[in-house]
Design a protein. Structure first.
Ligand code: SF4
Length: 323
């Protein structure tokens, strides 16, 4: 059956995509518009490293002379449009933002992509918009070192992308928090999250399965933590729409074949086979209904092995089962 997270998840967010008008030009975005009621599952801590640097709003846009990692190593600079060196200020602002997130208990963060400060997987280096390179912004480089779960703001632009990042976030948090002292603890946890990793990298999943099976009963704690860290790292890799649909279909067909969905109220839901063209909203609806059905019927839905449910709803369901 699905594992549950029932607490409110603390999550950091670049302030400008949380509707705070802190961009250099005093504007903002609303990255959370697609979340609806799901917002209540999270406790948000917005931060803006450029504001914490004391650069003010409005301000001149800044640019990097090299990726954020090089800035932190003292090998590249941060300059504003007039060429003023603001490296030290931005590094300090980034440190202050990180400290605020740590105080809030954050281990996951929604970052504004392409920003020379918050960008993680791509950041603009140089003065021109076209000079985007692989690498991170200054704050983004610090975030990468934390090992946290980092979500680009583009993940919230459509419901399927968000569904994909959210299920990985829940699995990541669940595994990161789990007490693991013996090989069996890790092996049991692996059986919960492996479906997600089989979807994105079969060779990694098969290799990890073999490695865990070969562990002695009580391996050194460092070996267990090393394996856990590699699984957590793999959980950060997003899947693709065709793969998500394939996994959804496989889970649905297996559940039907083994009679697990017999007598279950599916609200007339029929999951489309991956060959049938279906729009995003249809796929998200199929996934969401199957997640709910799995939760209500104590089934493991491999496509979303860890679900977030409100503690009150979980207690109500348990009371119902006892009656
Ligand atoms: S991208 Fe980061 S530094 Fe830039 S305005 Fe947004 S929160 Fe501030």
């Amino acid at each position: 059956m699905a594992e549950l997270i029932t607490r409110t998840v603390p999550i950091g967010i670049s302030a400008c995509v949380y509707r705070c008008p802190v961009r250099y030009n005093g504007k903002s975005f609303d990255a959370l518009a697609t979340l609806g009621r799901e917002r209540a599952d999270f406790s948000f801590t917005p931060v803006c490293p450029e504001c914490m640097a004391g650069l003010g709003v409005p301000r001149m846009p800044i640019h990097l002379t090299g990726p954020g990692q090089e800035v932190l190593a003292g090998e590249a600079k941060v300059r504003d449009r007039r060429g003023r060196d603001v490296t030290e200020a931005l590094v300090e602002g980034s440190r202050a933002s990180l400290a605020a997130l740590q105080r809030a208990g954050v281990r996951a963060m929604i970052v504004k992509e392409a920003s020379p400060s918050c960008g993680v997987y791509k950041a603009r280096v140089g003065k021109k918009r076209t000079e985007q390179i692989e690498g991170s912004g200054v704050f983004g480089a610090m975030l990468l070192e934390t090992g946290w779960f980092l979500i680009p703001d583009s993940a919230l632009t459509n419901p399927l992308l968000w569904w994909e990042w959210r299920r990985r976030l829940h699995a990541w948090l669940w595994l990161a928090d789990r007490e693991i002292t013996r090989a069996k603890d890790l092996y049991d946890a692996w059986h919960v999250v492996k479906f997600l990793l089989q979807e994105t990298s079969r060779p990694f999943a098969d290799g990890m399965g073999r490695e865990l099976a070969a562990l002695p009963k009580n391996p050194p704690a460092a070996s267990l933590e090393d394996a856990r860290a590699r699984i957590l790292d793999a959980l950060r890799t997003p899947s693709t729409r065709p793969r998500i649909r394939q996994a959804l279909w496989k889970t649905y067909i297996n559940a039907k074949k083994h009679g697990k969905l017999d007598g279950v109220d599916l609200h007339d839901l029929e999951v489309n086979s991956p060959e049938v063209s279906a729009n995003l909203m249809t796929i998200v609806k199929e996934l969401t209904v199957l997640e709910r059905v799995s939760f209500e019927n104590d089934l493991l839905f491999g496509t979303s092995p860890v679900l977030r449910r409100d503690a009150r709803r979980v207690r109500a369901r348990e009371a119902e089962k006892e009656e």
